[in-house]
Design a protein around this ligand. Structure first.
Ligand SMILES: Cc1cc2nc3c(=O)[nH]c(=O)nc-3n(C[C@H](O)[C@H](O)[C@H](O)COP(=O)(O)OP(=O)(O)OC[C@H]3O[C@@H](n4cnc5c(N)ncnc54)[C@H](O)[C@@H]3O)c2cc1C
Length: 381
């Protein structure tokens, strides 16, 4: 067994950390206040090649793989969960196109996406319930050389900055429903962003509606074949969405750990730093153990992806474990801060608000347990 990152991955981590600390950290306060993503930052991340980490070089990516992607998200998430969330979703769009697009679609969309000219969103969830994509009501009616798309998606990350979206829609109704995925871009009339939610966290990363109102989507923008929509969406959600959330969670945990450690060494009561109190160092030990366990689960799951293996179960298990560990760690970090943990001057309250959003995103943790539990009990192994 080899638990070491490669020299290339270490280099990537170092450069990501530097980028996050110098380019993102100074913007966090403003993002918390305005709840807006600075578009200059989105461009800068594109210029650094962060969108194309898993994309082949033929389309302008760096093809470093899923482990490398997780490293980028963890390092960005350590400074800003909101930026990491936005980045993971941008990577999701490109990843889905790369997984399921045909050559013409890849040539048309991916290079611009990697250059930051085509901000992507993944539009699956509807008000009918994110846990049940088979209840998708957005319809795509087939015409001669186009589909007419009508419907409304909710809770879509990057809805406010998206130039394009991968959209799940119903292409056949009862008695045998069929779903397909489409690439919809802003050049198509009838595609627009709607309301943006006022969330408790991820301030700066928009989550809101995408609306399709008699939107004409050329047939060449069908992703995969008609009827493959659910399979395409679920593959994207697992390999890019859930892994993305795991990356954001790891970043939040590391930030909580560092904040807890620093505060415990600096805060003096009874004439000594509180790091001398067992109640404090036990919590720090628990945070540390949660991070280590989370990293092992998470990096093994993405390592499997890099080996070309299916890792749906490992990813789902990591998603519920890591995100719940993140929530535990942020709470413990807040507790260590005493009253200061509830004061905005200390970032731990932000980590805690952000961590809660990880639980429903990209499939609630009940759904992750369902994926894992059903697969394990169905298997004869
Ligand atoms: C920050 C954030 C970002 C998001 N980004 C995107 C995005 O970019 N694109 C996108 O398409 N969606 C996105 N979502 C939506 C997200 O995927 C959904 O919120 C999620 O799938 C849950 O759907 P819901 O909110 O409608 O809850 P519901 O599906 O209504 O679930 C409600 C409750 O019922 C439980 N439940 C439902 N079904 C089962 C079951 N079978 N077994 C056990 N319990 C069950 C759930 O666990 C939950 O507790 C985002 C959500 C958040 C919070």
């Amino acid at each position: 067994m080899n638990f070491q990152f490669t020299a290339e991955q270490e280099l990537l981590r170092k450069s990501m950390r530097e980028f996050a600390e110098t380019q993102i950290a100074p913007l966090v306060e403003e993002m918390e206040r305005t709840d807006k993503m600075p578009l200059d930052l989105v461009k800068k991340m594109a210029n650094q090649g962060y969108y194309g980490v898993t994309i082949p070089q033929a389309y302008g990516g760096s093809n470093l793989g899923h482990v490398a992607r997780l490293i980028t998200l963890e390092e960005v998430g350590r400074i800003s969960a909101a930026v990491s969330m936005s980045l993971q979703c941008l990577q999701f769009g490109g990843g889905c196109l790369n997984n399921s697009g045909n050559e013409a679609q890849k040539q048309k969309y991916i290079p611009d996406f990697i250059r930051g000219k085509n901000n992507a969103a993944a539009a699956i969830t509807e008000a009918t319930g994110g846990s049940d994509p088979s209840a998708t009501a957005t319809e795509a009616i087939e015409h001669d050389d186009y589909y007419l798309l009508n419907g409304r998606k909710v809770f879509i990350t990057n809805s406010d900055i998206a130039d394009m979206a991968i959209v799940l829609a119903k292409t056949k109704d009862e008695p045998k429903k069929e779903f397909s995925t489409f690439i919809v871009d802003k050049s198509m009339a009838g595609f627009r962003a709607g309301r943006v939610e006022n969330k408790i966290g991820f301030k700066g990363c928009g989550t809101g509606e995408l609306i399709f109102d008699n939107c004409k989507v050329p047939k060449e923008n069908l992703l995969g074949k008609p009827g493959q929509g659910l399979a395409i969406a679920l593959k994207g959600i697992s390999e890019y969405g859930r892994v993305g959330i795991i990356g954001v969670a790891l970043g939040i945990m590391q930030a909580s750990y560092e904040a807890a450690l620093k505060f415990s060494r600096e805060r003096v009561i009874y004439g000594k730093p509180i790091s001398n109190l067992p109640a404090v160092y036990y919590r720090i030990a628990e945070i540390y153990a949660d991070i280590e366990a989370s990293r092992l689960l998470a990096y093994r799951a993405v390592w499997l992806l890099d080996q070309g293996k299916n890792a749906d179960v490992e990813i789902a298990a990591a998603k519920f474990f890591v995100t719940e560990a993140a929530l535990r760690c942020t709470r413990k970090a807040m507790d260590i801060h005493g009253g200061y943990g509830c004061v905005k001057e200390y970032a731990v309250e932000r980590y805690c608000r952000d961590a809660q959003l990880l639980i429903p995103a990209d499939g609630t943790n009940d759904i992750q347990r369902t994926v894992v539990g059903r697969t394990l009990t169905a298997s004869k192994k």
